[in-house]
Design a protein around this ligand. Structure first.
Ligand SMILES: Nc1nc2c(ncn2[C@@H]2O[C@H](COP(=O)(O)OP(=O)(O)OP(=O)(O)O)[C@@H](O)[C@H]2O)c(=O)[nH]1
Ligand SMILES: [Mg+2]
Length: 444
């Protein structure tokens, strides 16, 4: 990727639409606008123009032209946007015309955002926030991603990094003044105080029950239980469509059926699984193996069993499991909704509708309790978690070193600050660029 090229791409979704947006970034943006639409308009003003194919001097379409001279643009370079009618032929013709201009080429995926990063417009954590904002499917995900894109996480991590740099410079000072015992030991004890405080804060941030990651990836609910219990029937009710086959034949579901739902703004992934029994067939046994696998990684297991049926629940942490009695309509109304002495045992009937809303609300309550308040910034990415863990390791090493090992301890702090710097991209990031910007689509 050369920053001297001028790049362009369709930035709105491909396909037919009312309006399509084509973005241009790089040194030739201004001259392209002059040539295709007439003299470039005042910066950041939307003007209505005819947009021409330069080589044929023919009008491609009429639309809105916006000129964003650098450095006050998304990429920091001269940029322009052409808003045209979103028909396939219109878009194709405009992209072809742009591609024919010497020095212009189609952008690679994430190239606009990469240029914004190199120009210092966004840091890596903010870039990840923008990618998550584009992927956000529910309201809570949108809020979390927007906060990250706006720099809420970067602010926390950069704040910690600055404090570590302060602690590091105190330890360096202790090395420089090692012949003045008073000064030296005071500096080290001040540094230790900072490190102890940060260790506490980072540990607390890491120990958040993965709430930010769950919100980003979806809260995983697994429907499991004996065969023929009504698991698939409940899934279909929850999804409001025939996502899974329902039949009176035990062992109907064999594969895992996953449905993504938006429950009151929370992203919930519900998996219907093969029912449990002593299966003889290879396929059904494989299905049951997959059910167990799903159960082991679920955020919440809903164990659905027909009322009166006794079955052992293969979930080791009871707080991760809700036991539900199904087919309550067959019990002539004599069922209990909450069994005395147990955690939560409720009864549902897909036939009469009893208990269904209560169970749906229970799923939302458990998910929102796990995710916590979406207002406060949470750790959202595994990449950040790993770097924070390695920062913490260095801080622990610092705290456990002999106080006399000042050089080693200074190095621990440098490494710890480096790990934090890699979250936002302040240091040593080349190897991370593809990993982050590769997630973007072309035109972003
Ligand atoms: N009376 C009654 N029948 C139900 C209820 N829920 C499901 N059924 C019936 O029970 C049978 C099994 O339902 P499924 O939803 O396929 O059960 P499952 O647990 O997914 O079964 P497997 O996939 O075989 O493990 C079907 O005939 C359903 O119509 C209910 O609340 N009341
Ligand atoms: Mg089923």
């Amino acid at each position: 990727m050369s920053n001297r090229d001028t790049i362009f791409a369709l930035s709105s979704a491909p396909g037919r639409s009312g309006v399509a947006v084509v973005r241009i970034s790089g040194p030739q943006s201004g001259s392209v606008i002059d040539a295709m639409t007439g003299p470039r308009p005042a910066p950041r003003n939307a003007v209505y123009r005819a947009i021409r194919d330069v080589s044929m001097n023919a009008v491609i379409d009429r639309g809105i032209v916006i000129w964003f001279p650098g450095p006050a643009s998304f990429t920091g370079e001269d940029c322009a946007e052409l808003h045209i009618h979103g028909g396939r032929a219109v878009i194709d013709r405009l992209l072809t015309s742009l591609g024919r201009i010497s020095g212009l080429r189609l952008a690679e995926a994430g190239e606009f955002a990469t240029r914004a990063f190199h120009a210092g417009k966004i840091d890596l954590a903010e870039a990840e926030g923008i990618a998550d904002l584009i992927d956000a499917e529910t309201e809570a995900q949108r809020l979390q991603a927007l906060r990250q894109a706006d720099g809420a996480l970067s602010e926390i991590y950069e704040g910690w990094r600055k404090e570590l740099i302060t602690a590091g410079s105190l330890v360096e000072a202790a090395i420089d003044f090692s012949d003045e015992a008073d000064v030296s030991s005071k500096a080290v004890s001040n540094a230790t105080e900072i490190v102890e405080k940060l260790t506490g804060e980072i540990t607390e941030h890491l120990d958040d029950g993965r709430r930010g990651e769950i919100l980003r990836d979806g809260f995983r609910v697994v429907l499991a239980g004996p065969v023929n219990a009504g698991k698939s029937s409940f899934l279909n009710w929850l999804a409001d469509r025939d996502a899974a086959i329902v039949s009176s034949e035990p062992g109907t579901t064999r594969d895992v059926i996953e449905v993504k739902l938006d429950l009151d703004g929370l992203p919930v992934i519900v998996s219907d699984t093969a029912g449990f029994r002593d299966a003889e067939g290879i396929v059904e046994r494989e299905g049951i193996r997959r059910s167990l696998q799903q159960i082991s990684t679920a955020d919440l297991v809903i164990w659905i069993k027909p009322l009166g049926c006794h079955s052992e629940v293969p979930v080791d942490q009871p707080e991760r499991c809700l036991v539900v009695n199904s087919k309550a309509d067959l019990a002539n109304g004599s069922f209990q909704t909450i069994a005395p002495g147990s955690d939560i045992v409720m009864a549902i009937s897909v036939v009469s509708g009893a208990g269904l809303e209560t169970l749906r609300q229970e799923i939302i309550d458990v998910a929102s309790a796990r995710i916590g308040s979406v207002e406060s910034p949470a750790l959202t990415q595994t990449r950040h978690r790993h770097l924070l863990e390695s920062c913490l390791e260095q801080l622990t090493a610092f705290l456990s070193q002999e106080p006399s090992e000042t050089e080693l301890r200074a190095e621990d702090l440098r490494q710890a600050a480096n790990a934090l710097g890699r979250i936002t991209g302040r240091v040593d990031v080349e190897d991370l660029l593809d990993q982050i910007f590769g997630r973007f689509c072309i035109g972003k």
